[in-house]
Structure formats: structure tokens, C-alpha cells
Design a binder for this molecule. Structure first.
Ligand code: ADP
Ligand code: MG
Length: 246
């Protein structure tokens, strides 16, 4: 099996700021990788580089067999990757003027040329899967944050992604809604979805991740099985960080 994501010696700068340093990272099919690290360490930038939302300056990034090149030169790969990789952000970014069902059914019709009927049928099944089939005809603002985030996940799944990226998907939620979103992600993992997840939910990471990666100032300084990283961190930076958050 070949890797879903293969990053080799990737460097990324914002002007004079060297944000990602010599990143080497492969993600295998079905693998769940959780990325942890302090605010400003480069977690968001890393996963944004994986779906081409940010350009990098050198190295190689291969995602679902498509090769992204430095400075966003390979536009064709960018296009392919965006349609094969799902991304869920802290903010839900739903289309406010569309119903929940329309939000989920839109991209398969617009991007894939699926029939409206088929897309709506599939959207209903996805809403069922994330536990909000009964909200299909409401508008996003009528839903709680947790429900909106589940719609955002369903909307990504409608494109049948080969990889799902999550950037702090529960950070904007009231505490009582975090669990329902993590439950959906847990099920996705159990179904074999390949995922890269930035989160501060360490309990979830411990339970669901196959591998935890700790980033410090743009560098991967430690990675391993959750039990190893959380219970027996080798790097001093990791120890300091975990002592603060656990
Ligand atoms: P994290 O997600 O780990 O909090 P980010 O990837 O968002 O970190 O940011 C890493 C560093 O890059 C931070 O110092 C941040 O200020 C900087 N940064 C992020 N986005 C931009 C941008 N668009 N322009 C300039 N600097 C940026
Ligand atoms: Mg971030």
C-alpha cells in the first residue's frame, strides 16, 4: 500500500518567519494521526500545506498520489487534491443561505456533476450517519454549534474523500457539544478513514490516534504511539508541553 500523504524535507516561510522546518511525514491508508503542539507552532500551517491552502518553498508534498510543488506550481494537482481531501475547520463555514441538506448536496452536484436527486439521497444518508437527519431542512443558524460541525463533516464526506483533515474541530464549541463531534470522528476512524487531526483533546487523541506528532516551533520533535508520547515523552520540549496541558 502506498502512503496517502508523503511529505519530504518540506520547508515553509511566511516572509522572514521560518514556520515549518524540514518536515518529514508519511500517513498510511487508514491511519489516524493527531498533531499536537503549542499555539503558533505551525500545526494549522502544516495541514493547510497538505491540501494546498498554503504554499511551501521547498521539499515535496504528495497527497493521494498527486504531487504538490513548491510555490503552488502544480495547479492540476491542487485541483485534484481539493476534490479528494476533506477539511473541517474550527469555524464551520457552512453556507448560511442554504439548508443543511443543500449544504451537504451542493459540491457533489457542482464539482462532480452528480444528479441533484442522487446527491440529495446521499446527503440524507450522511446526515443520518452524523446523527442529524431530522435537521435536514433547517438553516445553519438554527442549529447548535455541535450540530453545525457535524453538518460540516457530512458535507466533506459527500465528496467521498480519501483523506480528512481536521483543524481544531471542537475548539469553537461549548463544552457540552464537544463529545458529539468527537463521537462522529471516532466512528470515521473506526470505519478506516485516513485522518490528520489537530486537536487539544488529549483524551480523544490517546484513544483514537494511531500516532501522535508533537510540533515545536515548526519542527516535528517527537512522534509515536499515544501511550508512548503521553506517558513516556522522550523530548524535553514534549515533556514541558504535556506537563502544561495534561
Ligand atoms: P498553530 O496552528 O500551531 O497555532 P499556525 O500554523 O497558525 O500555528 O502559525 C504558525 C506561525 O505562523 C505563527 O507564528 C503564526 O503567527 C504564523 N502565521 C500563520 N499564518 C500566517 C500568515 N498568513 N502570514 C504570516 N504569518 C502567519
Ligand atoms: Mg492553528
Amino acid at each position: 500500500m502506498s502512503a496517502i500523504v508523503k511529505i519530504e524535507n518540506m520547508n515553509k516561510h511566511f516572509g522572514s518567519l521560518h514556520v515549518l522546518k524540514d518536515i518529514e511525514l508519511s500517513v498510511e491508508p487508514g491511519e489516524v494521526v493527531v498533531i499536537i503542539g503549542a499555539s503558533g507552532s505551525g500545526k494549522s500551517t502544516l495541514i493547510r500545506c497538505v491540501n494546498g491552502l498554503e504554499e511551501f518553498q521547498d521539499g515535496a508534498v504528495e497527497v493521494v498520489k498527486h504531487q504538490l510543488e513548491p510555490y503552488g506550481r502544480n495547479q492540476k494537482a491542487l485541483h485534484e487534491i481539493r476534490s479528494e481531501v476533506g477539511m473541517v475547520f474550527q469555524q464551520f463555514n457552512l453556507f448560511p443561505h442554504l439548508t443543511v441538506l443543500e449544504n451537504v448536496a451542493l459540491a457533489p452536484v457542482k464539482v462532480r456533476g452528480q444528479s441533484k436527486e442522487a446527491a440529495r439521497q446521499n446527503a440524507r444518508e450522511l446526515l443520518e450517519r452524523v446523527g442529524i437527519a431530522n435537521q435536514a431542512d433547517k438553516y445553519p443558524t438554527q442549529l447548535s454549534g455541535g450540530q453545525q460541525q457535524r453538518v460540516a463533516i457530512a458535507r466533506s464526506l459527500a465528496m467521498e474523500p480519501r483523506l480528512m483533515l481536521f483543524d481544531e474541530p471542537t475548539s469553537a464549541l461549548d463544552p457540552e457539544m464537544i463529545g458529539e463531534v468527537l463521537d462522529v470522528m471516532r466512528e470515521l476512524a473506526a470505519d478506516g478513514m485516513t485522518m490528520m487531526i489537530v486537536t487539544h483533546e488529549m483524551g480523544f487523541a490517546r484513544e483514537v490516534a494511531h500516532r501522535v506528532i508533537y510540533i515545536h516551533e515548526g519542527q516535528i520533535v517527537e512522534q509515536g504511539k499515544p501511550a508512548d508520547v503521553f506517558d513516556n515523552p522522550q523530548n524535553e520540549r514534549t515533556q514541558t508541553f504535556l506537563a502544561r496541558v495534561l
